[in-house]
Write a protein that binds this ligand. Sequence first.
Ligand code: MLT
Length: 307
Amino acid sequence: MAETARKILTLNAISARGLARLPQHYVVGGDVAEPDGILVRSANMHDMDIPASVRAIGRAGAGTNNIPVKKLSERGVPVFNAPGANANAVKELVIAGMLMGARNLVPALKFVEGLGGSDEEMHKATEAGKKAFAGIELPGRTLGVIGLGAIGSHIAEAAIRLGMQVVGYDPAITVDAAWRLPSQVKRAESVEDVLRMADFVTLHVPLLDATRNLINAQRIGLMRPGAVLLNFAREGVVDNAAVVEALDAGKLHAYICDFPANALKGHARVVALPHLGASTEEAEENCAVMVAGQLADYLEHGNILNS
Ligand code: MLT
């Protein structure tokens, strides 16, 4: 029987190992007309005129907020994503973020960059930096994890290995995920409980109506003085203006996030990264392999393994 040469439109660069999961006779590229499927990473598809020929979408990542999922599901078009495929990458960056906050790494680097004069003069000036940027250590401190999916639970496990106490909250945790959580993770009753108990708070929730501005002025008010807030989830889950106010008031020690924003720009206690959480060779490959496989399986056999 002749094989159908399905067409896949790629909206972002997709790792070669992922593309290799598509049958060889598929036509794949950034400009194919009348595609059967679309592979996308973070390109925004909300304003896109999605061709009527499209039967499935593969999102090489965990979040699907760049895709009009509801509109597509009304058309019977499934959206496959890759939950967990980039969890290790995000976990590593969150641990790095905690260390940045705990040891004041970014302001300390800026301080050294700003030093001038002879080597001797600079060495003398380091004394002031040593005092100003003295930090804290992680063992014994409490990490609050809001959202205990693949990423949140990975981070909880790593933090326990680092000697931290972990308190977590997720109203929608699955039975499987709950079983996988290390027994040392204390389960809180609410977001507020986590905020009251933690020295570091990390967010791992999708951006939904219910999570927009989840961390607002009122909730920041519940946090421990000098806490570090980490947001490697989505920008909209935190109210930037409230964070800046809390940083200026000395209520929060640092805000480490994965998104640039004018409201945060230039703030000495903010570290803002260009959405690097899942940007590793390994994560990009894992996500692409997972979704390309799902997309091909659906187009060839109608199997839905995740949507
Ligand atoms: C995700 O949702 O998995 C990340 O935002 C992935 C990405 O950087 O595209």
